[in-house]
Design a protein around this ligand. Structure first.
Ligand code: KIV
Length: 275
């Protein structure tokens, strides 16, 4: 059944866990969709895991639209959320609405996600007013890596923890349908989950959240530049892939591939006329 914003609402009401994974292309989106995952996030993590940048800051609207289009073609039932890249919504409320609209009109996403709490509530309100569902994202917000001075756990001290609770309540009040909590202590994430009525989607925020999200390359062991503590590698596909690439190299060098079954025939009479 097609997943919608109502899937998120009902899951929270019924205490059912939501599942979300990232994808950036058609064939991966199709596999994730067929596996029954509720939602696919076209994350700006694209910049790191697909494009090889050290952070997410260089990702553009064009990058996001290009990859969102591919994902939405592969997702038949999953709810597709597209990330708003750095500087596509911070600059003004007008930019936020225009760029959110592009991800829906051109990328065919069902919702957008943006990072930040109180400081982006005006943008969330305006995008929601334009009938575009918004997923908020608080805690470790990677687009603020330079302001944070690195990727670190957020909300550990009393002030910071209280602030995070206020941020969660503010984005809910602004109209977000869900909020991602990234790198937040488990007990704090659980408390936030109990204090708001929209679902919390955790990444590095423990089991008390209403749902979980992971970057698919992380959970399949395909990205080894940096493996955060919160990642579980459900498969180790990096070695499987390298084995496949090596086997191909060996068979081509040994003349074993392509074999007869991989080739096409031509009629002998036609062939004879070519000599
Ligand atoms: O860009 C992304 O993949 C994300 C997730 C880590 C939540 O924002």
């Amino acid at each position: 059944m097609k997943k919608t914003v109502n899937t998120f609402k009902q899951a929270k009401e019924n205490g059912e866990k939501l599942t979300m994974l990232t994808a950036y292309d058609y064939s991966t989106a199709k596999l994730i969709d067929e596996a029954g995952i509720d939602a696919i996030l076209v994350g700006d993590s694209l910049g790191m895991v697909c494009l090889g940048y050290p952070d997410t800051l260089s990702v553009t609207m064009e990058d996001m639209i290009h990859h969102t289009k591919a994902v939405t073609r592969g997702a038949k039932e999953a709810f597709v959320v597209a990330d708003m890249p750095f500087m596509s919504y911070q600059t003004s409320v007008y930019d936020a609405v225009v760029n959110a609209g592009r991800l829906i009109k051109e990328g065919h996403a069902h919702a957008v996600k943006l990072e930040g709490g109180m400081e982006v509530c005006e943008q969330i309100r305006a995008i929601v007013k334009a009938s575009i569902p918004v997923c908020a994202h608080i805690g470790l917000t990677p687009q603020s890596v330079n302001a944070f001075g690195g990727f670190s756990v957020q909300g550990k001290g009393e002030e910071a923890a209280k602030r995070l609770i206020e941020e969660a309540k503010a984005v809910e009040e602004a109209g977000a349908f869900a909020v991602v909590l990234e790198c937040v202590p488990e007990a704090l994430a659980t408390l936030i989950t109990q204090q708001i009525s929209i679902p919390t989607i955790g990444i590095g925020a423990g089991a008390g959240c209403d749902g979980q999200v992971l970057v698919y390359q992380d959970m399949l062991g395909l990205y080894s530049d940096f493996v955060p503590k919160f990642v579980k590698q459900f498969k180790k596909l990096d070695s499987e892939m390298k084995d496949g690439f090596r086997a191909y190299r060996e068979e081509v060098r040994a003349g074993l591939f392509p074999a007869k079954e991989h080739t096409f025939k031509i009629d002998e009479t036609v062939l004879n006329k070519l000599y």
